[in-house]
Design a protein around this ligand. Sequence first.
Ligand SMILES: O=P(O)(O)OC[C@H]1O[C@H](OP(=O)(O)OP(=O)(O)O)[C@H](O)[C@@H]1O
Ligand code: HPA
Length: 190
Amino acid sequence: MPEEIIWIGDEPFQLLFSESEIQSRVRQMALEIEKDYAGKSPIFVGVLNGAFIFMGDLIRQIQGVDLEIDFYKLSSYGKEKASAGQVQLLKSVDTKLAGRDVIVVEDIVDSGLSVSYIREAILAHSPKSLRFCALLFKESVADLDFIIDYVGFRIPKQFVIGYGLDYKQLKRNLPAIYQLVDSHPIQTGK
Ligand SMILES: O=P(O)(O)OC[C@H]1O[C@H](OP(=O)(O)OP(=O)(O)O)[C@H](O)[C@@H]1O
Ligand code: HPA
């Protein structure tokens, strides 16, 4: 079967993870988190916009834990495929995070800039614990001095779209994830 390709303008993207592959991995991640947080009342903090679909699917697979949700809204990628190299805080959480078990939910860790920013912001609230969950992790790019506790897929550095991830604010609604084909390499990190 030929690889599934979609075109955005003159840029080809190939299928990286199908909808069923994503859903099955999200279920596994949810089970692991459910086990780790049994008997606790964690708060899941999503990073908007990208994480909204992943977080929605993830928390609906966690039925054995009493959980709350809140969101930060950051922007670092602007309209293009490369990080602006600087994070802008567009919305903070409303919940008091002091003394809480906090799980940050990201669609992707790329340069690591966003998740590092969130970590500092949340640590300033003195949570009881802080863990990170990301569906996608570009480990060849990410520059972190802490670990991402729950990772869905480790991926190469190509730009990806779908399942919450956008290109110029579009294509977040694709149910699968696609990556820019190798012949169009783009450095998306810092
Ligand atoms: O590791 P980094 O290089 O910081 O990249 C990861 C961040 O970039 C994207 O958000 P973006 O700032 O594009 O905003 P969006 O979620 O609204 O698309 C993505 O959703 C992550 O939050
Ligand atoms: O590869 C990416 N695609 C879409 N948004 C992103 N934000 C960071 N990296 C990416």
